[in-house]
Design a protein. Structure first.
Length: 178
């Protein structure tokens, strides 16, 4: 199986470097292009709730909250652009054509949408290994992508995520969506 367009789901976790490294190796061996991609979930600054004056919130306080939200969102965007740019430069230095993008969207659906629109034939992403209630409450992006992706998915397992197996990063490849 040969891959030509590899979408790499990058986050700010320690696992991101392993995910990138695996995708880079695949891109080099397949002469593939990389799209380094990140989904931001930032509560977008919103207008004050209609009842805010009824509970004693002054317009000045609401304006300060709005300004703080704006500054936080801008900082998050700058940080992720820098992170993605650095990974993109590392891939380019290795001779791999790469670019990066980000969206403000839920990670699972955002990754699948980007894979579809870009025409990816492989998604490389990490899995933290949440189980039980943690997975139920917090969800699993990798599980969502495995079930909704339009292409093959390579999941890099976090170290220690499953103690029943050997230590180190493990790789799971699922071909086909749904």
């Amino acid at each position: 199986m040969s891959f030509k367009r590899i979408l790499v789901a990058i986050d700010q976790s320690p696992l991101a470097q392993s995910v990138f490294q695996q995708a880079l190796e695949l891109a080099l061996s397949n002469q593939a292009n990389l799209l380094l991609f990140h989904c931001l979930l930032i509560d977008s600054p919103s207008a004050p709730p209609p009842f805010s004056s009824e509970v004693g919130l002054s317009p000045q306080v609401l304006d300060q909250v709005y300004q703080a939200q704006q500054i936080y969102a801008e900082q998050q965007v700058r940080e992720i652009k820098t992170l993605l740019h650095n990974y993109c430069q590392a891939a380019t230095r290795q001779g791999v054509q790469s670019r990066f993008d980000y969206r403000m969207i839920d990670a699972g659906s955002g990754i699948c949408q980007m894979a579809t629109s870009w025409g990816a034939d492989l998604i490389v992403m990490g899995r933290r290994g949440r189980k039980g209630w943690a997975e139920v409450l917090l969800g699993s992006v990798s599980n969502y992508v495995l079930h909704h992706a339009p292409c093959a998915v390579l999941v890099i397992q976090a170290e220690g995520a499953n103690t029943a197996h050997e230590s180190g990063n493990r790789v799971h490849l699922t071909v086909g969506g749904s």
